[in-house]
Write a protein that binds this ligand. Structure first.
Ligand SMILES: [Ca+2]
Length: 149
């Protein structure tokens, strides 16, 4: 029998541009974590992928992109501190290809085993918060709620 998991996703909010900080100040708004030239925040709120992206945009950012293994390690570390899977800024387009919300092409991926399953109705990408999956990615239905990175 199928068990309905309580799908509570986080999202990682990325504050877009950082103004050159005064030397004695953190470059990021309070509550954000600084990583390279970006600021990240794990938002522990249930949200759909679209709502998560909208919330990030309102905060002047977007769902987190993961362009390389350094980013993956950092973001996975953040997501694993949460209690639920987290949306990242990756979504499948109509032609079947994936694109980051910030417009970057997809060079780096960290799909979980058997992913992306590319099922119809899936296409929004979340990161597993379970240690078992080590922060790998899953394409899933955009209407399941997720935390936001
Ligand atoms: Ca999947």
């Amino acid at each position: 029998m199928a068990v309905t998991r309580n799908r509570f996703h986080l999202f990682l909010s990325l504050a877009s541009s950082i103004n050159p900080p005064p030397p004695t100040h953190s470059p990021c708004p309070s509550g954000y974590i600084s990583w390279y030239l970006n600021c990240y925040k794990l938002v522990e709120e249930a949200a759909t992928w679209d709502a998560a992206q909208t919330a990030c945009a309102k905060a002047g950012g977007n769902l987190a992109s993961i362009d390389m293994s350094y980013d993956q390690a950092f973001v996975a570390g953040v997501v694993l501190q949460g209690k639920a899977d987290a949306w990242i800024g990756l979504k499948r387009k109509g032609d079947g290809s994936y694109m980051w919300t910030d417009g970057w092409p997809v060079f780096f991926t960290q799909w979980g085993p058997g992913e992306p399953s590319n099922l119809e109705g899936e296409g929004c990408v979340s990161m597993h918060a379970s240690y078992f999956f080590h922060g790998t990615w899953n394409d899933t239905n955009s209407t399941v709620s997720a935390n936001i990175v």
